[in-house]
Ligand binder design. Structure first.
Ligand code: GRF
Length: 194
């Protein structure tokens, strides 16, 4: 990974839609001496996303896109990515599904973090569903993005126990805390294997 450190950090874009707590932890990670990434761009499909405040605070180039027309939105995003010389995309709570065309056009890796132990519980409302199914464990997964939703190669997972007193809210909080540690760890693992 040594070759990525210092000036050669990989230029990274983080895609968000909401709170951006993962974005915050990724920014902290990118500021570490040993970090292999430099976050150069934050893209949001929602101009009111709270996470955009982190981009502002840490002076990172940000871009919100109106997603009325997916084809147009993706075209504009690809243009931005190219202009900023982005070589890695990190999806962090991005609530839009990228088209196959987008994934094929961006010639570099795209990673995502998902709040379940994939391949179980793909899609939305994972915490509600694990509680409803009386699961004993849940967790989070960092995986590569391919054209099938939440189905790309798994890079790392973190398992957590579900307690009797847990509900979707308490689980969300505990899983998020683990997500903030898992994503940087998975990026390090992924990039050192390239
Ligand atoms: C996280 O649980 C992430 O796994 C999921 O969306 C949530 C985003 O949270 N894809 P935040 O915006 O990073 O706080």
């Amino acid at each position: 990974m040594a070759k990525l450190i210092g000036k050669n950090r990989i230029k990274t874009a983080v895609f968000i839609s909401g709170n951006g707590s993962n974005l915050k932890s990724l920014i902290f990670f990118s500021k570490k001496k040993i970090s292999p990434i430099q976050i150069s761009l934050v893209i949001s499909n929602n101009k009111r996303a709270r996470g955009l405040n982190y981009a502002k605070k840490y002076k990172i180039n940000k871009f919100s896109i109106i997603y009325k027309n997916k084809k147009n939105a993706e075209f504009l995003m690809l243009k931005k990515l190219k202009k900023n010389n982005i070589k890695l995309i990190l999806l962090a709570g991005f609530m839009k599904i990228l088209s196959k065309k987008f994934i094929l056009s961006f010639k570099h890796p795209i990673l995502n973090i998902h709040p379940s132990l994939l391949p179980k519980y793909k899609g939305l409302n994972t915490h509600e569903r694990v509680i409803k199914n009386n699961e004993k464990f849940t967790g989070c997964t960092v995986h590569m993005v391919n054209k099938k939703l939440d189905s790309g190669k798994i890079i790392l997972r973190k398992k957590i126990k579900i307690y009797k007193k847990d509900d979707a809210k308490t689980l969300e909080k505990r899983v998020l805390k683990q997500e903030h540690k898992l994503y940087p760890k998975a990026i390090g693992k992924f990039l050192s294997n390239l």
